[in-house]
Design a binder for this molecule. Structure first.
Ligand SMILES: Cc1cc2nc3c(=O)[nH]c(=O)nc-3n(C[C@H](O)[C@H](O)[C@H](O)COP(=O)(O)OP(=O)(O)OC[C@H]3O[C@@H](n4cnc5c(N)ncnc54)[C@H](O)[C@@H]3O)c2cc1C
Length: 445
């Protein structure tokens, strides 16, 4: 492949912006075409506050590009899950060992930091430029601005234009491109809990709150202004569902009965419920991610459901892995591109499947006694044998040196061992007498 100097990226979202920083730091001339307006010009007061959980896989690349101290000031650590039952009673489950936490961060705030850092490195971001076409043979990207069509030729194009990527759609028309998409039966709606009268947090600040209700759930993540962004994950149809909550009384009664403690903290429930969109949840898989000199990364190549809090984290990991390969192969893109997709695809597939499974765990099992005991036993094994038995959630969330695909495989082995443990009679009485070393040995064998 002829030497690469100029790189075009489609999409200045979280992943495209981070990728551009890595590449600019390596000396490439990077231009990003972003379909939206510059969110920084809109001002902070505009729009809803939407947050994300940032964990170790996302932190590492942010550290590598020098943004750790900036981002640290923006996060609220969440040390565990706070479960709310129907009576409003609370149970706290730590996520990992002491000191381990996932971090709530504003999506818009993080995107702004990344775009600022990209521009500081010399990246040019062209806003309101929507990518509409591509010539894969010539590496030419076509985009539209204010109704006029333009073209940009470069040495490499990176599609980071999200789950509904135009670049991927154009790749889909080429030979031997595999693609699948799947909508789950649930959608989501964002709601909010405002700060208390004195500007504090109405519920525990350092936790991810969950109201698990079997087939659906409500969650809440803290914001720095004392508010919480809540998300209702709920079936589109059936009873109850978005379809079945038709008027104010039905919405009010449902929340009052189902999430009583949250309901009391949601003065704008009806307004939020009516005004905020009901959005769908999709899994997208595709392959290959490389066509000539065009590469897909982030949600454009692998969009997942949000139940492991790993979509952005895995997209950031894409950027780090690509940068590592550029180091290993001294920027020889003819070696880096095939290696990247070969290495990342099994990991993207693994986190995609794990995310779907985690929805059941979050909405249904987190309140289940057997499930809680299983977690307690695993936490005890982890405490005694931290190098030999890391629970699946911890591998995915806190162990950025373990690949998603490896974590999934080990998690399956752990599950088989724990299934047998949980099938023992009187396990709830006798669990403290278990020979944990024997369980660890089974995992290693
Ligand atoms: C409800 C919900 C909760 C989530 N929670 C978490 C979480 O807690 N933790 C986590 O890690 N992940 C989470 N995610 C996933 C995360 O939001 C995505 O994985 C992440 O945003 C992907 O980043 P991206 O840059 O690939 O795509 P996007 O963020 O979608 O960015 C794509 C960019 O491309 C631009 N664009 C699109 N089309 C074009 C075009 N034709 N031309 C030019 N520009 C274009 C868009 O305007 C956008 O700026 C969540 C997702 C959802 C839906």
């Amino acid at each position: 492949m002829k030497s690469v100097k100029n790189i075009t990226i489609a999409g200045a979202g979280l992943v495209g912006s981070l990728m551009s920083i890595y590449l600019a730091k390596r000396g490439y001339k990077v231009t990003i075409f972003e379909g939206r307006k510059d969110i920084r010009a809109a001002g902070k007061a505009e729009g809803r506050s939407i947050n994300l959980a940032l964990s170790n896989r996302g932190w590492l690349p942010l550290k590598e590009v020098g943004l750790e101290s900036t981002v640290e000031k923006m996060v609220i650590p969440m040390r565990g899950r706070m479960m709310h039952d129907e009576e409003g009673f609370l149970t706290f489950q730590p996520y990992g060992r002491e000191g381990q936490a996932i971090n709530s961060i504003s999506r818009g705030g993080l995107n702004e930091v990344l775009m600022n850092a990209a521009e500081k490195e010399g990246v040019e971001i062209k806003f309101e430029c929507k990518c509409v076409g591509i010539n894969f043979d010539e590496s030419i990207l076509h985009y539209e601005n204010a109704g006029t069509r333009y073209s940009q030729k470069s040495d490499l194009i990176i599609g980071a234009d999200g789950a509904f990527s135009v670049i991927r759609r154009l790749m889909q028309r080429t030979d031997r491109f595999n693609y699948s998409q799947h909508y789950i039966e649930h959608g989501y709606k964002e709601l909010s809990i405002p700060p208390s009268a004195n500007g504090g947090f109405e519920i525990e600040k350092n936790a991810l709150h969950i109201w698990p209700r079997g087939n659906f759930m409500l969650i809440a993540l803290p914001n720095q202004d004392g508010s919480f962004t809540c998300t209702l994950f709920f079936p589109f149809e059936g009873s109850p569902s978005f379809e079945s909550l038709k008027n104010d009384d039905q919405i009010r009664n449902f929340f009052q009965k189902t999430f009583p403690d949250a309901y009391n903290l949601m003065p704008s429930l009806l307004k939020d419920f009516h005004n905020n969109p009901t959005s769908s949840l999709i899994t997208i898989k595709s392959y290959p991610w490389v066509k000539n000199r065009t590469l897909l990364i982030g949600d454009a190549s692998h969009a997942i459901v949000p139940f492991y809090g790993q979509g952005m984290n895995s997209g950031f990991e894409d950027c780090r892995v690509l940068n590592d390969l550029l180091n290993d192969y001294e920027d020889d893109w003819s070696k880096v591109l095939p290696k990247f997709q070969e290495q990342r695809k099994p990991d993207a597939d693994a986190i995609s499947d794990l995310a779907l499974k985690n929805f059941i765990e979050m909405r249904d099992l987190v309140g289940d006694e057997d499930f809680l005991l299983r977690k307690k036993i695993e936490a005890k094994i982890y405490e005694q044998f931290p190098q030999k038995w890391v629970p699946l959630y911890s591998m995915v969330t806190f162990k950025e040196d373990i690949r998603y695909s490896e974590a999934m495989k080990t998690g399956e082995k752990q599950k088989a061992i724990m299934d047998k443990v949980m099938a023992q009679t009187d396990i709830h009485k006798n669990w403290e007498k278990l020979d944990l070393k024997k369980l660890v040995d089974q995992l290693q064998s």
